[in-house]
Design a protein. Structure first.
Length: 354
């Protein structure tokens, strides 16, 4: 009798095992048949090559923050491209396949929204900015005697000669400096230079219009002690950088996509702040800039840029900063009028996050 009970128990157990096996096999087949949610594709145009400036977007891609939001993000390099130069804001306005532009400053936006002919005006707005200050300014030697822009514009060297100032062909910074120093541009000792630091390193110029995110690295590698005069130190010329821009139709018709993208990019920014070494690894991976970039230089850039993210509300736009810069830029005659803040920026996406 006892053996009979054991046989019955074993038989029932085998039946239960068989039933469970069939259940889990069918469930696995069903899971395999159920397609994963399709990711929404988002094309982002960068304002420069995909270097450490874009570490937050790159990190968000590699860490899967965009995927978590249901997005598949493609980051397209800008800057020099053969014989042309890709400006992110302009590319966004002209190419409907691009959803978001991330530009180094708001100058292309200002020029685009203030075109005198309405049909030429670009219909784009800034909706976030990841760096709260722009890394453009002037590099001067630490022992040059130049401590600020007034020194640069009005002081002379020991030999009585004016400081030689190197600016690029498209620069307007010299006009801001002259106005700030209550002098005229023709009284500045200007010379046109390229986009590398060699004229400064070789001593051809005493001050070089440059970005500390790029040219300053060359100066440090050359062992030259230097000071950096930020363009934003001139009243009215502080402006954001790494500015996220979208067309008005995207802001109207796809606000949730922009919210998801911005939320993931903020996470990417937080990752960069906490993990600069890992972020540098991502930049030189095939997912972003690639192995042609120098990891040491990109890590240097990332670490230097960390304070630019700000302590609170990463991605935030400062309306007063934008308006003041637009007014100052118009004051130099670079745009025909000062546009309204509403014409330049949209705060609705940020409002849904903060």
């Amino acid at each position: 009798m006892k053996n009979k009970k054991i046989v019955i128990v074993l038989f029932v157990a085998l039946i239960l095992v068989a039933i469970l096996s069939i259940f889990f096999m069918n469930k696995k087949r069903d899971d395999q048949k159920t397609p994963s949610p399709q990711l929404e594709k988002v094309k982002v145009q960068a304002g420069w090559i995909l270097n450490g400036e874009f570490a937050n977007i790159c990190s968000a891609m590699v860490e899967g923050y965009y995927k978590d939001e249901g997005l598949e993000v493609e980051l397209v390099p800008g800057g020099p491209s053969g014989a042309s130069f890709i400006i992110a804001t302009n590319a966004l306005a002209q190419d409907k396949s691009i959803d978001i532009a991330v530009d180094g400053d708001i100058v292309p936006l200002l020029r685009g929204v203030t075109k005198e002919r309405e049909e030429e005006q670009i219909k784009t707005k800034a909706f976030a900015a990841f760096w709260q200050e722009n890394p453009f300014g002037f590099i001067v030697r630490a022992d040059s005697g130049i401590n600020n822009f007034l020194d640069l514009a009005t002081k002379t060297k020991v030999d009585g000669k004016k400081y030689k100032i190197g600016v690029t062909a498209d620069s307007v910074a010299q006009f801001a400096i002259a106005k700030y120093a209550s002098t005229s541009v023709d009284k500045l000792n200007l010379t046109t230079v390229g986009f590398d630091a060699s004229p400064f390193i070789s001593g051809q110029v005493d001050a070089l219009a440059a970005y500390w995110t790029t040219q300053a690295y060359e100066v440090e590698k050359a062992g030259i002690k230097y000071n950096f005069l930020s363009y934003g130190d001139i009243p009215g010329f502080s402006q954001p950088s790494m500015v996220a821009i979208a067309r008005e139709e995207t802001l109207k018709n796809k606000p949730e996509m922009l919210v998801k993208w911005l939320r993931a990019t903020i996470k990417g920014s937080q990752f960069v702040v906490a993990n600069p070494e890992k972020a540098a690894d991502y930049i030189v991976s095939d997912a972003c800039g690639g192995k042609a970039l120098d990891r040491e230089q990109e890590l240097w850039l990332i670490k230097k840029s960390l304070p630019l993210f700000g302590k609170d509300k990463i991605g935030n736009l400062d309306g007063n900063q934008i308006s003041n810069f637009a007014k100052s830029y118009a004051g130099l005659g670079q745009i025909p009028y000062t546009p309204s803040l509403e014409a330049m920026a949209d705060f609705s996406i940020l409002d849904k996050i903060y």
